[in-house]
Ligand binder design. Structure first.
Ligand code: ADP
Ligand code: MG
Length: 268
């Protein structure tokens, strides 16, 4: 079974791309087969993975709009980070409008991924900072959503709207979608606002909040300019250790979910 994570939050700058790239690299480091899908026209996950977004033969645009098979669009380079990548760049801005006229427009990504699904243990989709057709496609293709939340200002109001949207999409387009977890990012223990946000999240959402906390760590901010995930750039940094811990937590959660599903299947 492949787990498809959409990394989503309509706010920009909360750590979606940082989480997508570094979680992809950390899961790949545990020998899982991982595909990272960049579906943000900014293409930050592409460049952060060490791929030149202006010099790739194909991007996700070709897949979503032209119907190019994913196998032909996937980028794998030796310099790159141990996972496969569907790249994105500014071409994708036009896709949103072009897709409106296409058949099954909400399911373009899900249908495109179907033939390669069993090649991967995890597919991670780095969403744009809005709830547009690209994000709807991501949520329709996903089994689970990771919501990064910046622990630096009150983020709970926007969060409620996002969770309602996820529930709506799950009711209308994708019943198997659920919240994988809320992820605290850019956490600074010396900042009392960080602690307040973190405590409020735990109070409201309990065990839907990942236990792993991603600290504010300058190595995480520097790594993309070297075109590398942080575990390649500085494996001993707190940023690297925290994303490896998140990968561990996710693998344990997945194992528990699978055991529960098996137990239910034998009961029935
Ligand atoms: P988003 O994809 O949600 O817009 P990014 O992952 O691009 O957010 O992060 C926004 C900015 O914050 C980037 O410059 C990134 O390098 C930086 N950043 C993200 N997470 C951290 C962190 N834990 N510590 C320090 N800087 C971070
Ligand atoms: Mg981003």
């Amino acid at each position: 079974m492949t787990t498809v994570f959409a990394i989503a939050n309509q706010k920009g700058g909360v750590g979606k791309t940082t989480t997508s790239v570094n979680l992809a690299a950390s899961l790949a480091a545990t020998r899982k087969k991982v595909l990272l899908v960049d579906i943000d026209p900014q293409g930050n996950a592409t460049s952060g993975s060490g791929v030149d977004k202006y010099d790739v033969p194909h991007t996700i645009y070709d897949v979503l709009v032209e119907g190019l098979p994913v196998e032909q669009a996937v980028v794998t380079t030796p310099e790159q980070s141990g996972f496969d990548l569907l790249a994105a760049n500014g071409d994708l801005t036009a896709a949103e409008v072009q897709m409106l006229d296409l058949e099954a427009k909400e399911y373009r990504l899900r249908d495109a991924l179907a033939p390669v699904m069993d090649r991967y243990d995890f597919i991670l989709i780095d969403c744009p900072p809005s709830l547009n057709m690209l994000t709807v496609n991501s949520l329709a293709a996903a089994t689970s959503v990771i919501v990064p939340i910046q622990c630096e200002y009150y983020a709970l109001e926007g969060l409620t709207a996002l969770l309602q949207t996820i529930e709506k999409i799950s009711a209308v387009l994708n019943p198997s979608l659920h919240i994988g977890g809320l992820l605290r990012t850019m956490y600074d223990p010396r900042n009392s606002l960080s602690n307040d946000v973190s405590n409020q999240l735990i109070t409201h959402f309990g065990d839907r909040v990942y236990r792993t906390i991603i600290p504010r760590n300058v190595r995480l901010a520097e790594a993309p300019s070297h075109g590398a995930p942080v575990i390649t750039y500085d494996v001993k940094s707190r940023g690297a250790i925290s994303y490896m811990a998140l990968a561990g937590e996710i693998l344990r959660r997945e194992q528990t979910l699978r055991q529960q599903a098996r137990a239910r299947a034998t009961e029935n």
